[in-house]
Design a protein around this ligand. Structure first.
Ligand code: AP5
Ligand code: MG
Length: 208
């Protein structure tokens, strides 16, 4: 199964992707997580990406495309993959199509997780992540167990100001990817509003 998750910041891509990859036994490839790991490791790419991420802006296409091409060449993607947060621009979508075609691989589905802007800020500002397990929580909607509460982190780009910039980037640069996949019949729209189990059920139905 080769899948893509598109959706605004805080739509629940990471939350739902974690569930899907368990079910399909495929790797979860989140470009945001890859950049955060590079920032943590202090690599040159991490230093460059950090400047854009902190401001809520997209990392330049050539950096992202190179990183994803390399990741998709790894043998663990043979049974498929779940791309989360890539592609995010038209040139990224075109580069992905080219890279997959060159390997004789094709996408099975593109899931668009739809959540209105009005709900996004609250989801993002309350998010907390476990650096040891990668688990995603929310102070109100998905409270963390007391045992892990002390080690949870709040992402640097999860401020209200950065979220506004991320939403602008989504509407201006990522939204044009939607008609690209709609045109080739791969797009599946899923309502991302409601409790996470309900959203998972809607995704399963969209994939059936
Ligand atoms: P990235 O890490 O991809 O961030 P994002 O797209 O802004 O999305 P998020 O990870 O913030 O949200 P999510 O949809 O995963 O939601 P989650 O499940 O965590 O990218 C970060 C940055 O990296 C970008 O801004 C850019 O700079 C750079 N970058 C990455 N990829 C790039 C690319 N391709 N090109 C260029 N630059 C790139 O959920 C959010 C919260 O809501 C959590 O607290 C969760 O518990 C809660 N929640 C989840 N589901 C529900 C629900 N159903 N109801 C209530 N609460 C819920
Ligand atoms: Mg995410």
């Amino acid at each position: 199964m080769r899948m893509i998750f598109i959706g605004p910041p805080g739509a629940g891509k990471g939350t739902q992707a974690a569930r899907l990859v368990d079910h399909f036994k495929i790797p979860h490839i989140s470009t945001g997580d890859m950049f955060r790991a590079a920032v943590q490791a202090g690599t040159p790419m991490g230093v460059e990406a950090d400047r854009y991420m902190k401001a809520g802006r997209l990392v330049p296409d050539e950096v992202v495309i190179g990183m994803v091409r390399e990741r998709l060449a790894a043998p663990d993607t043979a049974p498929g993959f779940m791309l989360d947060g890539f592609p995010r621009t038209r040139p990224q979508a075109e580069a992905l199509a080219e890279a997959l075609a060159a390997d004789g691989r094709a996408l099975d589905a593109v899931l668009l997780l739809e959540v209105p802007d009005a709900l996004i800020v609250e989801r993002i500002v309350g998010r907390r992540t476990d650096p040891e397990t990668g688990a995603i929580y929310h102070l109100t909607f998905s409270p963390p167990p007391a045992a892990v509460a002390a080690r949870l982190i709040h992402r640097k780009d999860d401020t209200e100001e950065a979220v506004r910039a991320r939403l602008d980037a989504y509407h201006n640069q990522t939204a044009p990817v939607v008609p690209f996949y709609e045109g080739v019949g791969l797009l599946r729209r899923v309502n991302g509003v409601g409790d996470p189990d309900g959203v998972t059920a809607a995704i399963r139905a969209a994939l059936a």
